[in-house]
Each structure stands twice: as C-alpha cells, then as structure tokens.
Design a binder for this molecule. Structure first.
Ligand code: BT5
Length: 330
C-alpha cells in the first residue's frame, strides 16, 4: 500500500518531542500546540513507536523521548541544513512505492530545485533497467533529489558521477568508513555495494528540464537478504555499530550541494577529475564488462570528458562505455 506524504502536524509532533527531549510533555499540551485531538496524538505516538521511536509515557501523564529518534522527519532534516539549497524543502513518506517516482511526479507539478523526497520504506524501490532496490524499513536512506540544472542533457551522466563522489565523502565524514566507487554509480565497502544511484531525467532537446537523483544507502541493516549477501553490505555491518541515518543524510545533502556548485562553476571536467581520484576503477583495473550484447574482459583506462569509461580489451581494441556493468576481475 502506498500512503501519502507525512502530515506536517506529525512532523511537528516529532519536532516538539525532540525540542523537549528532557521533559515529559503532557498530551493535552501537545494536542493544543499542534492543533489535533488528544486521540490523534495517541495514534501518532503509537505509529512512531511502531517505527522504532522510543517514547515513554501514557496519554494521562504525557510523553517523553527515551532517546533521540532516528527518523528522517522533515523538520529534523531541515534543522541540520540551515540555509541549504538542496534540502530547503523535504517531503517525507512513511511508505511509498519509490521516492524516484514520487520526486518525478512532484517535479512535473513544479517542485522547486533542491526538493528532497525521503521514505522510511519503499515498496517498489528500483535500480537501473527495472531492477529492484531492496529497501528495508527505517534501516536505509531512500532519498530522491529534484535538480533543475541549467545544463545540456549530455551532462546527465556527470550528475551521476557527482552523486557517487558526494556519497563516498558523506559516508567517510559520517562514519569514518572509506568506500570505493565502481563505475558508474556504486559505492562499495570492502568490495560490497552499500549505496546505489539512479538518475532519471526529463529533458528538452538542448536543456535538462529536471533531473531526479535517487540515492539508496544501506545504513543499519544487521543482515542482508540471502540473494544479496555476497554482493551487498550496510554501514553497520562494516563499521560494527549503529549510525544515525539523519547524520549520514545531512552529510550527503551538503556534499551534493557542494559538488553541484563545483559542476556549475568549474564544469564537468572538475567532477570527472574528482571521480577519477576517488575510484580505483578509473584506471588500470581488470574488469569484466557486460554491455548490451557483449561480455568481455578488459582493463580500464580513464574517463573521457563526458564521464564515459575507456577500456582496453584483451585483444587491444579500445571501447568507450556509456552504460553497462563492470565487475572487478581478480
Ligand atoms: C542501483 O541500480 O544501484 C540504483 C539504486 C537506487 C536506489 C534508490 S533508493 C531511492 C530512489 N528510489 C528508487 O526507487 N530508487 C532510488 P543498479 O545499478 O541497477 O543495481 C541494482 C542491483 O543492486 C540489484 O539488481 C541487486 O543486485 C543489487 N541491490 C538491490 N538492492 C540492494 C541494496 N539495498 N544494497 C545493495 N545492492 C542492492
């Protein structure tokens, strides 16, 4: 079931509990401050508890947070990002099919540049080419960012590279874990995928109308499903501890804003340079390439100016990859 975006009054409830984290807030006070009935407050407290927010208390006495919640409520995200361009508007869902679908739809309805759509859970999270993105409830970050870049459609691949570099930086800043970037869009830790990026766009002939950058990061999953265990991991599995999704998300949005400005001010070459320095896959890596009808081994030899990957096949032929999969050959 897909449900609508989170009521801004529920967002205010979370904010109010966080602001008063050290005291018990009486139910009637909460009800009057946010303008809902006491029974609605009770229902919402139950809903938050279901999501793992630890709240002590009872309708008769009042409520108090047992610890700061790791919920990506818009007011909490915005509080982390004062004056941000990316994240000045945050739309939150407890559950939706795909944040990319929601962001594309909101973008068609004129959602401004920098709007961020977040879900605690996706029922149809997707990767490229119709693949599925496993989106366990409240363990990962599922975020889609609406961008309206004053750029030509040919720049779109560089936006994906930019998001990869931003994700790598954000993960390092928030957790100390260092990841590698596999072309074009996977963040790997110890060889396993911890983050994927799906860029979708609406373009006119010479101008990008809207780009949606969809980013999935596995943060606190304590195990991965059987079919992904060999290839995927989470920050918690690698770091051996729980991380604040809010903190990781805030770092991510800040880094995306920083690299986005680098792209606008210095051009694609700056992002290609950053990516090349950040990825062990840029040059000299032996890989297996799976392109549309081709499957071969090769060695990578750098990115071209548009972000395409140059590879040299074993028989010496050069190829330029604009799409496709590569995996490391050991
Ligand atoms: C991607 O696709 O890596 C892009 C994933 C983008 C997900 C975000 S979440 C927010 C936004 N809303 C969406 O609906 N999507 C975006 P691709 O390169 O095609 O990789 C997909 C493959 O990764 C799958 O076929 C699995 O093998 C693997 N996979 C699936 N779920 C995973 C997970 N949670 N962690 C790591 N690997 C996963």
């Amino acid at each position: 079931m897909t449900i609508g975006p989170t009521d801004h009054k529920l967002d205010r409830l979370v904010h109010l509990l966080v602001r008063n984290a050290t005291v018990v807030v009486p139910g009637p006070k909460i009800a009057s401050e946010i303008g809902v009935s006491r029974s609605t407050v009770w229902e919402w407290i139950e809903k938050l508890r279901e999501l793992g927010v630890a709240i002590k208390g009872h309708p008769r006495h009042g409520y108090q947070l047992e610890k700061l919640p790791d919920i990506l409520a818009p007011s909490l995200v915005r509080a982390e990002l004062p004056n941000a361009e990316i994240g000045h508007k945050v739309i939150h869902y407890f559950r939706t099919d795909s944040t990319n679908s929601a962001a594309l739809e909101l973008g068609e309805q004129a959602a401004p540049h920098g709007t961020v759509v977040i879900a605690e859970e996706q029922t149809a999270g997707r990767g490229r080419l119709g693949r599925k993105w496993y989106s366990e409830k409240s363990s990962g970050i599922y975020a889609s960012i609406v961008l309206r870049p004053p750029l030509a459609p040919a720049t779109a691949p560089v936006l994906t590279l930019m998001a990869g570099v931003a994700a790598q930086n954000a993960v390092r800043a928030a957790t100390g874990l260092s990841g590698d970037i596999r072309w074009p869009n996977d963040l790997l830790i110890n060889g396993k995928k911890v983050c994927g990026i799906l860029t979708e766009m609406r373009a006119e002939v010479d101008r990008l109308h809207m780009v949606v950058l969809g980013i999935g990061i596995n943060v606190n999953q304590s195990s991965m499903p059987d079919e992904l265990r060999e290839i995927a991991t989470s920050l918690a599995l690698e770091g051996g501890r729980h991380y604040s999704r809010l903190h990781v998300l805030a770092e991510l949005l800040r880094d995306i804003e920083r690299y986005y400005h680098m792209l606008l001010n210095e051009g694609s070459a700056a992002i290609v340079r950053e990516w090349s320095a950040a990825s062990s896959y840029a040059e000299g890596k032996r890989v297996r390439v799976k392109a549309s009808r081709d499957d071969y081994s090769a060695v990578t030899s750098g990115l071209d100016a548009s972000g395409a990957l140059k590879v040299c096949r074993d028989d010496g032929r050069q190829e330029l990859l604009v799409a496709g999969e590569i995996t490391e050959l050991k």
